[in-house]
Unconditional design. Structure first.
Length: 357
């Protein structure tokens, strides 16, 4: 038997009849506890194994369907509600059909490989990585509960992800055509997308109290995704952004149209915020692009358009990074470096004064 340290706790690893056993001792890794394990716990376990008692009290290993709710509940207070719902949905769609009725300890490494190959017929490698994360979490929780001894997901390499959706920013002429042609009731929604780089969930979560017309500031404090209102995507997404001159008249116009009683900047006819941007896309975005003969891109391309347009026209990268809610400017540069332009600028000119001597 081998004493193993993991996260400051002691475990015993050993084999029995060809099966690998991993047992948590629920003891801190201290010299005294290691001594206790060697002198008392190991001899006791060896006796129980030889007498056949050790495995009699072992709990029955549940199926994935029986264990999924416990796995979700373990992380309930560490995850956002929308993430919990997303994990549950991923399980129902991509994991349950393959493993739902299987016991946790009956899934082999080869099963993970075949499952991955089957999913890649209908989903992208990027999506599969997300699905694998959900399955990996379930099995890791089962290890911590001592229901299984190893996680087969860790033995199967994740597929390489190749970005297939290229960013296709809208030229300024197309932006102006879209804003001119789109229904006036939602025109400001798209102006915000093009002139702030806010995420779609942040825009539909925007309230009038978040907009300071005097200081020309928008306070991004929440997001609505799949009907759930929560904090924005990341800590850095909680930010104050500028109302640039191009956006200001659209906000003023929309304030007049929406009336004084509305809480959210964009509300349905029932006076409630939009739960997603899907209907906005179907009712306003897609028909307008089709009417104008503009190549279709999803709503998120408004954010990419803002970033590329600002960077391409020489705006301060730190300002653009803050507007987008990135952690720092290196993130922004990594994504949008191709749009950085330095027209007619000669590099290394300062060296010529030395070379002429």
């Amino acid at each position: 038997m081998k004493i193993v340290k993991r996260d400051g706790k002691l475990y015993l690893h050993f084999s029995y009849e060809g099966k690998y056993i991993r047992k948590s001792l629920r003891l801190d890794d201290t010299p005294q506890n290691r001594k206790t394990v060697k002198q008392k716990i190991i001899p006791k376990i060896q006796y129980e194994i030889s007498s056949g008692v050790f495995f009699e009290t072992k709990a029955s290993v549940p199926t994935f369907d029986e264990y999924i709710q416990k796995s979700l509940s373990i992380h309930k207070h560490r995850r956002k509600e929308i993430t919990q719902k997303r994990y549950a949905r991923i399980y129902e769609i991509h994991i349950k059909p393959y493993f739902g009725d299987k016991k946790l300890d009956k899934v082999k490494v080869s099963d993970i490989g075949m499952w991955s190959n089957e999913l890649l017929k209908t989903i992208t490698a990027k999506t599969l990585k997300i699905v694998r994360t959900v399955l990996n979490t379930i099995l890791s929780d089962a290890i911590n509960d001592e229901l299984i001894s190893k996680n087969p997901v860790s033995f199967v390499q994740s597929p390489s992800v190749v970005e297939t959706k290229a960013k296709k920013p809208f030229p300024i002429k197309e932006i102006l055509s879209i804003l001119k042609s789109i229904d006036i009731k939602m025109r400001c929604y798209f102006a915000l997308g093009f002139f702030t780089g806010m995420r779609t969930g942040e825009i539909i979560g925007l309230k009038w109290i978040d907009i300071d017309f005097d200081e020309r500031i928008i306070k991004v404090r929440r997001s609505i995704r799949q009907g759930v209102e929560s904090l924005p995507k990341t800590k850095n997404s909680i930010r104050d952004i500028d109302i640039i001159d191009a956006l200001y008249p659209y906000l003023l116009q929309h304030r007049e149209l929406s009336g004084k009683d509305s809480e959210y900047v964009f509300e349905t006819r029932a006076g409630r915020p939009f739960t997603t941007s899907d209907k906005i896309s179907s009712w306003y975005w897609k028909p307008t692009l089709k009417k104008l003969g503009i190549e279709y891109r999803n709503l998120y391309q408004m954010r990419h358009t803002f970033a590329s347009m600002m960077i391409g026209n020489g705006e301060d990268i730190l300002w653009v990074s803050n507007m987008l809610g990135h952690k720092d400017s290196s993130t922004t540069l990594q994504v949008y470096s191709r749009y950085v332009k330095s027209k007619d600028r000669k590099r290394g000119v300062f060296l010529t004064k030395y070379l002429d001597k």
